[in-house]
Design a protein around this ligand. Sequence first.
Ligand SMILES: Nc1nc2c(ncn2[C@@H]2O[C@H](COP(=O)(O)OP(=O)(O)OP(=O)(O)O)[C@@H](O)[C@H]2O)c(=O)[nH]1
Ligand SMILES: [Mg+2]
Length: 222
Amino acid sequence: MTVKIHVVEKILSANDKLAASNRKKFDAAKVFSLNLMASPGAGKTSVIEQTMRLLAGELRVAVIDGDLATSIDADRAAAAGATAIQINTGGECHLDAIMVRNALQQLGLLQFDLLLVENVGNLICPANFQLGTHKNVLIASIPEGDDKPYKYPGIYRGIDTLIINKIDLLPYIPFQMDYYRTGVEMLNPGLQTFPISCRTGKGLDDWVRWVKKQVQSMKMFV
Ligand SMILES: Nc1nc2c(ncn2[C@@H]2O[C@H](COP(=O)(O)OP(=O)(O)OP(=O)(O)O)[C@@H](O)[C@H]2O)c(=O)[nH]1
Ligand SMILES: [Mg+2]
């Protein structure tokens, strides 16, 4: 038992070292980077598409898309105007810092202002593997239910920003926003939150304004 725990710690600390090295690369190239995590189908690729639409060519955007198989999401990101790289994890339920480092070798970071990493759809494994991105973002969605902060506290504790997607579905689903937000507040007080709908466009202006501000700060201060 003891040996088993030791090995897990070693793997995680090796990942942390590579994540720190990825971060140095982002800083050196002045590329602001986001790790987008969510359940399957919460709207990660839709957020990327809508962000691209609203940026309207203002920023040079790269997308690293993690999936078990297929290039469906990378193709969607490319169709939306991003330079997209697909990582097929071959069954792994998360991206790790090595996978991102390998993708960076193909990207040429200096050509970009913003990097969006779409993690594998999962609320558990991605929370344990830092990628080196500047912010960890969780995209929750209304159909998942209002109890998710209580059931998956690990991911809610480790994020910097929360998007609540599919708010257009609030009239049709018994989702108690107060109950949900109380759970989030207990785990991550004062967490910056963007309620949005990729279907209607509501809330997306605030989100994209925030992204642009982060990119500008990166150019000025890092
Ligand atoms: N009603 C509604 N549907 C949405 C919204 N955003 C995304 N969807 C739908 O939700 C489904 C999943 O969206 P995706 O963007 O593919 O979700 P994802 O998180 O990238 O999915 P995976 O990569 O497979 O985990 C699609 O049918 C979208 O059209 C929204 O704001 N409202
Ligand atoms: Mg997707």
